[in-house]
Ligand binder design. Structure first.
Ligand code: PEP
Ligand code: MG
Length: 589
């Protein structure tokens, strides 16, 4: 076999960890279907054959749905309701039956034709939800065709080594079938952090990188592949040196996570007794399991917009209440901070008109969108308030840029409270209300906002993008996007001081909070709470336990005197104590 050179791809880090395996390419299973004219007496038989295949497919989907509900979770199993709907859709089966009858043509040919038209219609839609349905239609029809032709599923059954699945996209039913096979990772051409495969991979704790654009065109079955789901990197046919390096990194990560998990029950306290909180960021209710597993002290950010994405309708008050209530209960004895809807920017919901803006990051995003749609907002607020009765829930507003916005949001919260009162539903009367500080305007007026808030959480992901005018998802300006830019450090200092002057606590839930190099600096600046992805919690706790608060204060003072971010970074690296350095995975012996 000709040896093929190494190729590296960058995509969206969808599920953390490193895995090394053999490529299993999942191609589109488009079969060539022949057109057959049926003699009149055979038409009824053909219709009966199609009906048998429809019944078998329905049973198959129901079985998968049940299995997913038991093994993965009820929420994930709901995806299969969409499949069952497609199967009942008159545009598919009814239309196919009609055409078989009228044209006296075989069912396979008719189905393939209808599928092509439906998929085209869905793909051309500007609605993200409908676009995603194209894959579902293809999957349902593929199952139907297999049942019509009597071909077995046979998926991956020939794999006798650990495989990394490489696919254009993976349907939920494919991912579910795979979980029983020897699959150790996923990579796909399309998709983002919230695509089905990303969600499923995270629940299965298998590394995954999605949004790789054309990886399927650059691999062959049997290639060796490294998936770094933490960095969002995929390497095909790495050379021996690179392979050895990743194997080592993989081993270290495994040892490291075993070691860190032992810290689960420990508190985040510095060597000189300064106590901090390390909480987790979560995106879906089931992520609370991971947060607890890694020893998070509650939820510092529940990004609720994920409940609104990938669907046609809006989540009802009851449905949202269920989600918030589960997390709030399961976080006890710690708090849960539920952030209200932050749609817009790169998280679109076409039915709210956010897709048509010229500059969506500067448009109707976060609290702006909610204030413009008070009924939508109040439905969420009522759900949050109802859940507050079941634990230590706090509410947080995103994208606040003026005191007026905060006041308006609080007025609607009061209205929602009154509405619940009329329904005789109890909620926490002293619900704490906090805001994200993620816009320069909010950072610069933090003193004014602090007077009317119970806490702050600094959203550095956005604060950096808006301060440096560097789009957080544009790799061309990534060189500018630096948390150590002096402007960011000055803003952080100012925000924290303003909060403490008003005696409110201040946390950070942007990615900056997860970088161990920056932990001593943030502790020194006076941050009270860190909130990171669940798997980063132990590292932050460990770093905090290795440092002295008094030393961190001096370090922070000095860090603010540098002119460039490179100099600040060099200074921070040089001043990491031996204990902290030894505690980083790269330096573990
Ligand atoms: C942030 O902006 O830092 C943040 C945590 O919010 P999001 O990443 O959801 O915008
Ligand atoms: Mg943000």
């Amino acid at each position: 076999m000709v040896s093929r050179s190494s190729l590296e791809f960058k995509g969206v880090a969808a599920s953390p960890g490193i895995t090394i395996g053999t490529v299993y390419l999942v191609g589109s299973s488009e079969v060539q279907v022949k057109k057959i004219r049926l003699a009149e007496p055979l038409v009824e038989k053909e219709l009966a054959r199609l009906q048998v295949a429809v019944d078998a497919t329905r049973k198959e989907i129901e079985t998968i749905k049940q299995r997913v509900a038991q093994e993965v979770g009820f929420k994930e199993s709901e995806i299969f309701n969409a499949y069952l709907h497609i199967l009942q859709d008159p545009m598919l089966i009814h239309a196919a039956m009609e055409q078989v009858r009228q044209t006296r043509t075989n069912a396979e040919f008719i189905l393939t034709d209808i599928k092509r038209q439906l998929v085209k219609q869905f793909q051309e839609s500007s609605d993200e939800y409908l676009k995603e349905r194209a894959t579902d239609v293809s999957d349902v029809v593929a199952r139907l065709m297999r049942n019509l032709t009597g071909q077995p599923m046979g998926f991956l059954s020939d794999a006798d080594v650990d495989v990394v699945v490489v696919a254009k996209d993976l349907t939920p039913s494919q991912t579910t079938t795979m979980r029983r096979e020897r699959v150790i990772g996923f990579t796909t051409d399309v998709g983002g952090k919230t695509s089905h495969v990303a969600i499923m991979a995270r629940s299965l704790e298998l590394p995954a990188v999605v949004g790789l654009k054309d990886i399927t065109e650059n691999v062959q079955n049997g290639d060796t592949v490294i998936v770094d789901g933490t960095a969002g990197t995929v390497i095909i046919n790495p050379d021996i040196k690179l392979l050895a390096r990743y194997r080592q990194a993989q081993q270290k990560m495994l040892q490291w996570s075993r070691k860190l998990k032992k810290l689960k029950g420990l508190t985040a306290v510095t060597k000189d007794g300064y106590r901090l909180t390390v909480a987790a960021n979560i995106e879906l209710p089931e992520d609370i399991r991971q947060a607890r597993k890694y020893g998070a002290e509650g939820v510092g950010l529940f990004r609720t917009e994920f409940l609104y994405l990938n669907r046609r309708d809006l989540p009802s008050e009851d449905e949202q209440f269920e989600a918030y209530q589960i997390v709030t209960r399961q976080s006890l004895p710690y708090a849960t901070i539920v952030r209200t809807l932050d749609l817009g920017g790169d998280k679109f919901l076409s039915r709210l008109g956010t897709t048509t803006e010229m500059n969506p990051f500067l448009g109707l995003r976060g609290i702006r969108l909610c204030l413009a749609n008070p009924e939508l907002f109040k439905t969420q607020l009522r759900a949050i308030l109802r859940a507050s009765h079941f634990g230590k829930l706090k509410v947080m507003f995103p994208m606040i840029s003026t005191v007026e916005e905060l006041r308006q949001a609080k007025t609607l919260l009061k209205e929602a409270q009154r509405e619940l009162g009329r329904r005789r539903i109890s909620c926490d009367k002293n619900l704490e209300v906090g805001i994200m500080i993620e816009l320069p305007s909010a950072a610069l007026t933090a003193d004014l906002l602090a007077r009317e808030s119970n806490f702050f959480s600094i959203g550095t992901n956005d604060l950096i993008q808006y301060t440096l005018a560097a789009d957080r998802v544009n790799e061309k300006v990534a060189y500018l996007y630096n948390p150590l830019h002096p402007s960011i450090l000055r803003l952080l200092k100012q925000i924290i001081q303003a909060a403490h002057n008003e005696r409110i606590w201040v946390g950070m839930c942007g990615e900056m909070a997860a970088d161990p190099l920056l932990t001593p600096l943030l502790v020194g600046l006076g941050l009270d709470e860190f909130s990171t992805g669940p798997s980063f919690v132990p590292q932050v706790k460990k770093t905090i336990r290795e440092i002295y608060f008094a030393e961190c204060r001096e370090l922070a003072e000095k860090a603010l005197t540098y002119t460039t971010s490179e100099d600040t970074e060099a200074f921070l690296k040089a001043h990491l104590t031996k204990e902290v350095l030894n505690g980083l995975p790269d330096n573990e012996s």
